[in-house]
Design a protein around this ligand. Sequence first.
Ligand SMILES: C[S@@+](CC[C@H](N)C(=O)[O-])C[C@H]1O[C@@H](n2cnc3c(N)ncnc32)[C@H](O)[C@@H]1O
Length: 232
Amino acid sequence: MKTRFECTANYDPSWINENKRGPNPLWLLEDLTKDMNLRKGMKILDMGCGKAITSIFLAREYGLQLWANDLWIDPTENLNRIKQAGVEDRVFPLKAEAHSLPYANEFFDAIISIDAYHYFGTSELYFSWYFQKLVKSGGQIGIVVPGVTDEINNEGDLPEKLKQLWSDDLYTFRTYQWWKNHWDKTKHVTIDLAGNIEDSKELWLKSNCDQELLAADEEDLLTFVKIIATKK
Ligand SMILES: C[S@@+](CC[C@H](N)C(=O)[O-])C[C@H]1O[C@@H](n2cnc3c(N)ncnc32)[C@H](O)[C@@H]1O
């Protein structure tokens, strides 16, 4: 049977499992990048790259140069993984916090971020004051974040079964309409695409994480949201 994720299928599932920090990031990445304009040699920021397997994937599959930026994972550990994958000439690991990134404005041709942007990007200022500045005019910014199909603003908005499991950090899960408006109103970008990833719940379940939360989500509130925008 033909798989939807033809490139990810070439990667060892146990390598992905060992190095993912949440739902399978290569599925989410492959779904995102099919809708982006990425060309060989481009300089890309992989923001919140975790164990850098998304950067390794992009270097191999698209011939891109990656700045693999993370906070919680040691960049030396990432460098070892990058070397083992044979892409140390194209993937550069760094440790930096989202509000104190060491890059020049407009350094990158594009930015991607998988399952990380919701940790630092929900404030009204972050996109405008920090993130969008890093990409050149005409460059794309694409993110995938865990989200919801209906806005959850307080406990009263939650279905009964999810109430007990809903921790404060999950209020960073927003709808794609919320994210679209969050970026659009800054006037720094035009939105190319905003939506839910097809079969999100199935992909999330198959990733073997958050199983209790997913099982309690009988109303299919949980999803993956994808937003792609172009800098003006
Ligand atoms: C759930 S993990 C996802 C990692 C990777 N993209 C993946 O899908 O496997 C979220 C990542 O976001 C990064 N992160 C969270 N807050 C951050 C911040 N304030 N600045 C930079 N990175 C941050 C963490 O270091 C973490 O590795």
